[in-house]
Design a protein around this ligand. Structure first.
Ligand code: ZN
Length: 412
């Protein structure tokens, strides 16, 4: 998506701020001899920033304002190494709240709603982000935090919560618990705002069905404010994002070049007005695409598609970029297949081949016929023909890690 004149001016302000602040990116700009950005061409010459840069800046190397202006920090989980610390000014906190309020409004939530918040409070950006948005909107926040399902259900009943904010897995757990207790008629939920995990259509439909609510997907990452920088609308065709706060690019993760609107690639985000820790061209490693055209809801904010996975999961077959999630979604449309699968990619007779192993859940399926159907579905949706093998239930290895399901024999 072409950067607008207004966005370019804001980026230019950010560049000046970063150089003045002498933070890691400011130094990088100085080294590159860049002091301003006045065109798209110049913008595209700005270096990317990466999660590793943020780790290297630990603890406060990201700070781009005098310390007395910082009112809060957040931190992303340090499970893979040094945590990342993001400083926020009062204006950053306020801007984030505005964006979150806009998310709730896009979901049709009003100041008459009672919003039960189950994501965690603390160093990370989840619970408190949901809360800020509720308060800005003027709705009633019920700040439960995670866990203690019994209490969650009691409050849901007694407080007559109309909105639930949760991860997809917790929403499903609550739905199942409600069904088990047989208290559906005491629950007043109308909408769910679901964030922070990748999830498929199947799970989404189960939550929708079990709770009888509308579901909205929220997007965000700690490095860029937190959740609330984008949300799906009732038409469920991607997520609107707030382009007056953020400029999004979609790049080919291999070359770093922008791809045309509509094509899949990695989301790269530039913050336009952030003060505490502005980020320029931050590589999220999330895979999505810009959805061209206007949304049926009439909202003018642009859209990205549901995040399809991480750029590290990308497979390139016969010149087509493929993500395990895409295959998974297709397999999910077949009733007689289990959720297990294995993908093997090899280089045979001078060409790339993808073999997909799937499990039939019943013996009544014609394996050859099923294989043809799956193969045709992949061809229709993604654009190349895989070799599909159907096997009996339980044959494929069970693994916790999704990545283990893809074996690329080309590099072995
Ligand atoms: Zn829309």
């Amino acid at each position: 998506m072409q950067i607008s004149k207004e966005q370019l001016e804001l980026v230019n302000n950010q560049v000046k701020r970063l150089i003045q602040s002498d933070n890691f990116y400011g130094k990088r700009l100085e080294e590159a001899g860049i002091s301003q950005v006045t065109s798209q061409e110049e913008f595209l010459k700005l270096p990317f920033s990466q999660k590793q840069d943020l780790r290297d800046a630990y603890p406060l190397g990201l700070m781009a304002v005098p310390e007395e202006e910082v009112v809060r920090i957040h931190s992303s989980s340090g499970t893979t190494g040094t945590p990342v610390i993001i400083p926020y000014t009062a204006k950053d906190v306020d801007d984030w709240g505005e964006m979150f309020k806009r998310c709730y409004e896009t979901a049709g939530i009003t100041n008459k709603d009672r919003v039960q918040i189950t994501p965690g409070y603390g160093l990370w950006t989840a619970g408190i982000g949901f809360q800020n948005g509720v308060e800005k909107l003027g709705a009633m926040a019920i700040p439960m935090g995670p866990g203690n399902t019994k209490k969650q259900l009691q409050f849901m009943e007694d407080m007559k919560s109309t909105v639930i904010c949760a991860t997809s897995s917790y929403a499903l757990l609550l739905a199942e618990e409600i069904a088990k207790e047989g208290i559906q008629d005491k629950i007043h939920l109308k909408k769910g705002v679901i964030g922070s995990e990748r999830w498929g259509e199947k799970m989404r439909n189960r939550i929708k069905g079990e709770l009888g609510i509308e579901i909205y997907d929220i997007y965000g990452l700690t490095e860029i404010y937190g959740p609330g920088i984008g949300i799906s609308c009732k038409y469920e065709c991607g997520m609107h994002y707030w382009d007056d706060y953020l400029y999004l690019e979609i790049i080919n993760p291999e070359t770093g070049e922008n791809v045309p609107d509509g094509e899949w690639g990695e989301i790269v985000i530039t913050t336009l007005v952030k003060e505490g820790a502005p980020l320029i061209r931050f590589r999220t490693h999330d895979i999505s695409r810009i959805i061209p055209g206007e949304c049926a809801c009439g909202c003018k904010y642009p859209r990205i598609d549901t995040v399809m996975g991480r750029s590290d999961d990308m497979m390139k077959i016969k010149g087509v970029n493929v993500f395990p999630k895409q295959i998974e979604e297709i397999l999910g449309t077949f009733e007689d297949l289990s959720s297990e699968y294995q993908i093997r990619i090899s280089h045979l007779d001078g060409r790339d081949t993808m073999r997909i192993y799937v499990e039939a859940t019943t013996g009544h399926v014609d394996f050859a016929d099923m294989a043809t159907k799956v193969s045709q579905a992949v061809k229709a949706k993604i654009g190349f023909t895989p070799i599909v093998k159907v096997v009996e239930l339980g044959v494929l290895p069970r693994s916790e890690k999704k990545s283990k399901r893809v074996i690329d024999e080309r590099f072995q």
